[in-house]
Design a protein around this ligand. Structure first.
Ligand SMILES: [Zn+2]
Length: 247
């Protein structure tokens, strides 16, 4: 039961507020963890996507290489045919025409061979890049696994802390009267900010404005609830005597 004086209750309410503030910040850290975990996954996904892209590119290059090599093989067959035909022809014109065909094939082959060289260079470069990327993915995977573990451990310990702090907060409640408790919870739920404002040196700790003299005098009596006239928070002011603990 709330048997303490209003001043004592204000002191406890202020402690509760500090406790809740800490609880809230733990909660926020706890709730941010899934987002951190997602960011980790995203960075790994980014590397893996890049790897897939490069692998696809390499597959395309190798496909082109195969088709270019096939062209050369086909031309070889064709060239042999022309040579066999040449042995059977009877006129110079026919022979020259076949020679021209062979020359055309030679020319095509030399172009194709140049393309093959370029493709081979490209393939080598892509393979090197893929090896580097593969190592990078492995490193990133390892780093991510470590961090993921850290986040999971933090998640677990924050959850335990939240449970403990939530349990602890109930020790304050019996020392605060129901009305005061209701006012506090209403304010906090609605405004998500401090309800109790410390009054020191005649100033409201929340809005930093001077507490009106009459209001201050009332608040220092701790006989009834006094609000700051500007920010509307509950004033818990410094007692007149320094023997009384504050806050
Ligand atoms: Zn104020």
């Amino acid at each position: 039961m709330a048997n303490g004086s209003l001043r004592q209750q204000l002191a406890v309410l202020y402690q509760l507020q500090e406790h809740d503030r800490e609880l809230l910040s733990i909660h926020q850290r706890f709730q941010a963890i899934p987002q951190h975990l997602k960011q980790l996954e995203d960075s790994v996904t980014k590397f893996k996507t890049e790897m897939t892209k490069k692998s696809d590119e390499l597959a395309d290059v190798e496909k082109s290489l195969r088709s270019k090599n096939a062209e050369i093989e086909m031309n070889d067959v064709q060239r042999e045919k022309y040579k066999i035909e040449q042995r059977a022809v009877t006129t110079n014109e026919q022979y020259t025409a076949l020679d021209n065909q062979i020359e055309f094939l030679d020319q095509k082959d030399s172009e194709t061979e140049e393309e093959i060289l370029e493709l081979m260079e490209k393939s080598d470069r892509l393979k090197e890049e893929l090896t580097d990327l593969d190592a990078e993915v492995a490193r990133e995977d390892e780093k991510t696994a470590e961090k993921r573990l850290e986040f999971h451990e933090e998640q677990k310990s924050l959850k335990e802390l939240i449970d403990e702090k939530t349990k602890q907060r109930s020790q304050y409640l019996p020392e605060i009267n129901k009305e005061l408790s209701r006012l506090y919870h209403n304010w906090v739920n609605r405004r998500k900010s401090d309800f109790v404002s410390l009054g020191k040196n005649g100033t409201c700790g929340s809005c930093r404005l001077t507490i009106q003299p009459q209001n201050l005098k009332e608040a220092q009596k701790y006989e009834k609830i006094v609000y700051c006239t500007s920010c509307k928070r509950l004033l818990y002011v410094e007692p007149l005597s320094s023997d009384i603990p504050f806050p």
